[in-house]
Design a protein around this ligand. Structure first.
Ligand SMILES: NC(=O)c1ccc[n+]([C@@H]2O[C@H](COP(=O)([O-])OP(=O)(O)OC[C@H]3O[C@@H](n4cnc5c(N)ncnc54)[C@H](OP(=O)(O)O)[C@@H]3O)[C@@H](O)[C@H]2O)c1
Length: 293
């Protein structure tokens, strides 16, 4: 039985992944700043302290650390927090491997928004990083994961918007639709890559079981925003008649974060498909029906 440490295991993806891994026979510890007991390992990456008990058992690290990208306005201080909660924490996690003699694999979350603004190009993993804030954040984040590569094989999943019935983007997007006020954002033409949380968890397990190395775009499909919104209204049996919400109005409320809704990206998932991975949720309409069940 392999033992996994999920750094950031208390979050949306980590909670689901914990149960998926346990079902598959892995022993799971979660690294957290919150005071928790059985099954958790406490740390404080800012103070660089950790409860080292149980670290010696760890065979695999899954790194899901990071302050929430969408939650707060991107002030300069928040941008620093978004970076340090991924980069500085990962650097400290790398230091902790001196207490992990049995470590054999490392896999980390990364972000799909790393190729710059949408163009006609369908991006693959070897394409250049964009110059915008998110792309540069992903670059630094992935570089910190590479610190593990002198020890063990390293994989990074460039995750798209995760659709889950337990929280995250889907719960927020759903609200206006529930009131019959659902609408597309910006031009509505921007491509939105997405992945069902179940497929993402299967992808982490696939990475571990197949010893994947390198970077993989992690999404099921890339749906234009207007099709995404129309499919959601239909799945919720609500009307879809509202005019598109202009970027200007969204920017007023969200500031720089507006790009999360109005900037699209076209990406390829051929690399992970070539490894033999299959997605169970590829169609947005049936995915919404599944999430709303
Ligand atoms: N959900 C998505 O749609 C999505 C899409 C693309 C990429 N991702 C990435 O995937 C990872 C996991 O996503 P998620 O949705 O599960 O995130 P989440 O629910 O926000 O959980 C993030 C985890 O990171 C830890 N964390 C947050 N700020 C921290 C800080 N300053 N220092 C140390 N730990 C900190 C928290 O652990 P404790 O509070 O327990 O310490 C928490 O468990 C993140 O890196 C995220 O950017 C997510």
């Amino acid at each position: 039985m392999k033992t996994v440490l999920i750094a950031g295991g208390t979050g949306l993806i980590g909670r689901k992944l914990t149960s998926v891994l346990k079902e598959r026979g892995f022993k799971v510890y979660k690294l957290t700043r919150k005071a928790k007991k059985r099954g958790y390992i406490n740390w404080n990456p800012e103070l660089q302290t950790v409860d080292t008990k149980n670290l010696e058992r760890i065979n695999i690290i899954i790194n899901l650390l990071g302050a929430n990208i969408a939650e707060k306005k991107w002030t300069e201080a928040r941008k620093q927090e978004l970076i340090s909660s991924r980069v500085n924490t990962t650097i400290f996690l790398r230091k902790l491997t001196t207490n992990m003699p049995k470590l054999e694999y490392y896999i980390s979350a990364s972000g799909i928004n790393c190729y710059g603004p949408e163009s006609e190009t369908v991006h693959i993993e070897t394409d250049n990083f964009g110059s915008d804030f998110l792309s540069q954040l992903v670059k630094k984040w992935e570089e910190s994961s590479e610190l593990f590569s002198d020890l063990v094989p390293v994989a990074k999943l460039r995750i798209a918007m995760v659709l889950s019935k337990d929280g995250g983007a889907f719960q927020k997007i759903k609200l206006p639709f529930k009131l019959g006020l659902g609408a597309a954002f910006g031009s509505g033409k921007q491509h939105m890559p997405w992945i069902h949380v179940d497929d993402l968890c299967r992808m982490f397990v696939f990475g571990i079981e197949n010893n994947l190395q390198g970077t993989y775009n992690a999404f099921s499909a890339c749906t234009p925003n207007i099709d995404f919104s129309r499919a959601l209204a239909k799945a919720m049996k609500r009307p879809f008649f509202m005019p598109r919400i202009s970027e200007k109005l969204l920017r007023f409320f969200l500031g720089e974060r507006v790009i999360l809704l109005t900037e699209g990206i076209k990406v390829s998932n051929q690399k992970i498909l070539n490894e033999g991975f299959t997605f169970q949720h590829k169609n947005i309409s049936s995915t919404f029906k599944h999430l709303l069940k």
